[in-house]
Design a protein around this ligand. Structure first.
Ligand SMILES: Cc1ncc(COP(=O)(O)O)c(C=O)c1O
Length: 373
């Protein structure tokens, strides 16, 4: 899609292609963050570009733990925070630390396709579990999928590709199920990809997962909330309620080395500690969500209104989503077929693009709907 988009833009002109294919934020990082980088580099001190502890600078981890302690009202300390090369680096370190050959990871469907690759990198087995029609968790189906080999349930909320936030009620139900499994002798970890945790709209609240279950590890990214995807910075947070977490932290330190990351980028670590309460303008994404949602509904698409992230996942008007995406392409609109997220019959639009492009795309969604049905 990326290549196709580049090609079409070259031949037709940038403004003639409506590229909704990539989750690459169109906005710039906050100006204060850029100033903080400049300021830090002008006050350069000896040794600031050296290797540091594999889990990151202690003062940065302390700073983030302080924020987490206030935010979640739980006793986080620096040892519960692990600086990573983005969320992707964090998930890979965790899976390398946690998975043995054949261990199963349950993933609610639709899902971010890279999860499959990350799980299989460490000889794990991904087990997909369908969500409900509104893309909320189906706990019965998760229960059916749990086996002797289940090690992890991997959730992503706000979700890529649906923009759905898993409800507190469903997460509490999931926790009850996991506690029941523990009483039966089976310990299962809940790993939460929270790359979009600050991108939530209206009055929606992302449930505090640490408050719901104890064997929780969350992964944060600043690729989206601070618009820094190329700078590769994020962190793992381990629940302070998890017993014996030292063993996991030691494993993650070793995994960070042997996977070749060594440590998260030093300059970004030093900067983002102070930006835990900041984000790009979320209202701007909300306006874009409103605009694309109204365009799709007006054109006659069936779609769940996203509560967060910057994706929307409408139903394809024909069964064959690949064919439908190719019809969209003929109208110069680029999207990704649902099959790329485990869910044929749908397609994903990434609306982290300029508002003007969203508005100009309106007639094309109408046209493609009229010519497809
Ligand atoms: C659900 C999800 N997790 C992880 C990532 C990767 O994030 P990072 O850039 O922090 O590695 C993405 C990127 O699009 C994503 O959508």
């Amino acid at each position: 899609m990326f290549d196709k988009g580049m090609q079409m833009k070259k031949t037709l002109g940038e403004d003639k292609v409506y590229d909704f294919s990539l989750g690459n934020p169109d906005v710039e990082p906050p100006v204060e963050l850029k100033s903080a980088v400049i300021d830090m580099l002008t006050r350069e001190t000896a040794g600031m570009h050296k290797y540091m502890e594999n889990n990151g600078y202690q003062n940065v981890r302390e700073e983030i733990a302080g924020y987490l302690k206030n935010h979640y009202n739980l006793p986080f300390t620096d040892k519960h925070v692990f600086m990573t090369v983005g969320c992707a680096g964090g998930i890979n370190i965790l899976f390398k630390s946690m998975l043995n050959r054949g261990d199963e990871v349950i993933v609610p469907n639709p899902f971010f396709w890279e999860f499959k690759n990350y799980i299989e990198n460490y000889n794990g087995v991904m087990k997909l579990v369908e969500t409900n029609d509104d893309f909320q968790l189906n706990i019965e189906k998760i229960e059916e999928a749990i086996s002797e080999k289940t090690k992890i349930i991997l959730i992503n909320s706000p979700n890529n590709p649906t923009g759905v936030i898993y409800s507190r009620e469903s997460l509490e139900e999931l926790a009850s199920l996991l506690y029941k499994k523990r009483r039966e002798g089976k310990e299962i970890y809940l790993v939460a990809d929270e790359a979009y945790k600050k991108i939530v709209f209206d009055d929606a609240v992302l449930p505090n997962i640490f408050d719901i279950y104890d064997l929780v590890i969350s992964i944060t990214s600043h690729s989206k909330d601070l618009a820094l995807p190329g700078e590769r910075i994020g962190y793992i947070t381990i629940s302070p309620l998890m017993k014996n977490s030292e063993k996991l932290i030691d494993a993650a330190i070793f995994a960070n080395r042997i996977l070749g990351f060594i440590n998260a980028p030093a300059i970004m670590q030093r900067v983002i500690g102070k930006f835990q309460k900041n984000s790009v303008d979320i209202k701007d994404y909300q306006k874009k969500r409103d605009a694309i949602y109204s365009i799709l509904v007006d054109a006659g698409f069936e779609v769940v209104k996203p509560e967060g992230a910057f994706y929307i996942f409408p139903k394809s008007p024909i069964k064959d989503d690949i064919q439908f995406v190719s019809n969209l392409q003929k109208h110069r609109v680029l999207a990704v077929p649902g099959i790329g997220f485990g869910k044929p019959g749908y397609f994903r639009i990434a609306y982290c693009v300029e508002m003007d492009m969203i508005e100009r795309s309106r007639p094309f969604f109408k046209e493609v709907m009229n010519t497809t049905r």
